[in-house]
Write a protein that binds this ligand. Structure first.
Ligand SMILES: [Zn+2]
Length: 415
């Protein structure tokens, strides 16, 4: 078996790896780049038959999780090429389609399941549930011709699925020839260990209790782990959690019994003005229908502002000004702080203009160096190949033979 990193060897995002055995190929992820100037179809790696379906030896694309830098270019692949994805991840991406660009509805999907081996041609693949900020994320063991490669995908050990990370450490795949390991956090100079999602609950609930007005929770609507942290903190602080329609729709679509059901539970649902306009334009009134008894309107936002925590995105800023519910309010920003500088409007400016307090409470979706090392020590690969990192050389200290493979170069898995 041989491996080629098409993209991701020395950058964060745009993961695409090709594995080849007996003349047959599979791709691990086909992500959109986060860096550089290439976007959309122009960013596609050059892989024979990927877009025209002419390569019968390209057997499938395995998507590790529903983050655009791992699935974002798969929509350009020819529909004859099957997409392998977790069932939950597929539900989430389909549900997001109604709201904007962060969704996908692949025409030809096959579902894989944690620890259930499946075959694609000469490849035998075992998915391992991964703790990550994306919902339904996986790492994979891929075997072919007696050789074994482990691909971490994106992974961490401090989220709500920490148990899955520990389960992997306690029962790791053995005799792994090569391990493709993500290193997103390497080089970030983090002196302290990452806060656990469970620790965030404490910090968030404390902030909620200290805030007089409404608490605006700025997190990604697809980050279900972070939703859980905010939800638990809200309950702890004695407030009511208001989700915007996007989050409510995501929760319903993935339909996990362990998550609150926004059609019946203590959650309330707010329909932002922009979403309302889009629904009228698209005629998608069925999106709101399930929540009609749970809706909250601007007058109540104002009246009960000191009792509420609300999921918030910049596009809702106007609504809240109009509702006149911002006295004593606070924004808790809970995403990678680098996004603040990338937005069209800096959220911090909006806060100071409207006398809204601002704070960042966040923990990474990716493992710290300490946890990455623990993973390498457990799996003991013969070779360690960095991916999804700006600092591949920092893997030198990880106690496995480091093999830095540049983009576009074939290497044998067991060399
Ligand atoms: Zn990710």
């Amino acid at each position: 078996m041989r491996v080629k990193i098409h993209r991701g060897a020395e950058e964060i995002g745009g993961n695409c790896i090709e594995l080849q055995a007996d003349g047959k190929s599979i791709l691990l992820d086909l992500g959109a780049p986060l860096m550089g100037d290439l976007h959309g179809e122009k960013a596609l790696p050059s892989i024979p038959g990927l877009t025209d379906g002419s390569n019968v030896d390209l057997l499938g694309i395995i998507i590790s999780h529903p983050h655009a830098d791992h699935y974002g270019l798969a929509e350009y692949a020819h529909p004859a090429i099957p997409i392998y994805i977790g069932r939950g991840a597929d539900k989430l991406l389909r549900a997001a389609m109604a709201f904007g660009p962060f969704g996908a509805a692949f025409p030809n999907v096959c579902f894989y399941h944690a620890r259930k081996v499946f075959r694609i041609g000469p490849f035998s693949i075992t998915p391992y549930l991964a703790d990550h900020s994306a919902f339904d994320a996986y790492s994979f063991l891929i075997e072919a011709n007696g050789e074994r490669l482990f691909y971490s995908g994106d992974i961490r050990g401090h989220g709500w699925k920490k148990w899955a990370f520990e389960a992997l450490l306690n029962d790791p795949p053995v005799s792994v020839d090569a391990m493709l390991l993500e290193g997103t956090t390497l080089g970030r100079n983090i002196s302290e260990p990452e806060l656990r999602e469970a620790d965030l609950v404490e910090v968030l609930s404390e902030q909620m209790q200290k805030t007089q007005g409404i608490v605006l929770a700025a997190f990604s609507g697809q980050n279900i782990d972070r939703f859980i942290s905010f939800y638990k903190a809200t309950l702890k602080s004695g407030r009511t959690f208001v989700v915007d329609l996007y989050v409510a729709h995501m929760l319903c679509a993935i339909g996990r019994k362990t998550l609150p059901d926004p059609t019946t539970s203590a959650l309330r649902v707010y329909l932002p003005h922009r979403a309302k306009l889009k629904i009228v334009r698209d005629g998608t009134f069925d999106l709101v229908e399930p929540f009609k008894n749970r809706r909250i309107y601007p007058s109540e936002l104002k009246r009960r502002s000191g009792n509420l925590v609300m999921s918030f995105r910049q596009s809702m800023a106007e609504d809240l000004c109009r509702a006149n519910c911002l006295i004593g309010a606070k924004v808790i920003y809970s995403m990678w702080p680098g996004y603040l500088e990338r937005g069209k409007v800096d959220l911090r400016n909006w806060c100071s203009e409207n006398e809204v307090a601002f704070d960042i409470v966040h923990t990474s979706g990716h493992a710290s160096a300490v946890d990455l090392k623990r993973l390498v020590s457990a799996i003991k690969p013969k070779a360690l190949i960095p991916i999804h990192t700006l600092e591949p050389k920092q893997f030198t200290e990880f106690g496995a033979q480091l093999k830095i493979v540049p983009n576009g170069k074939w290497v044998e898995v067991s060399d």
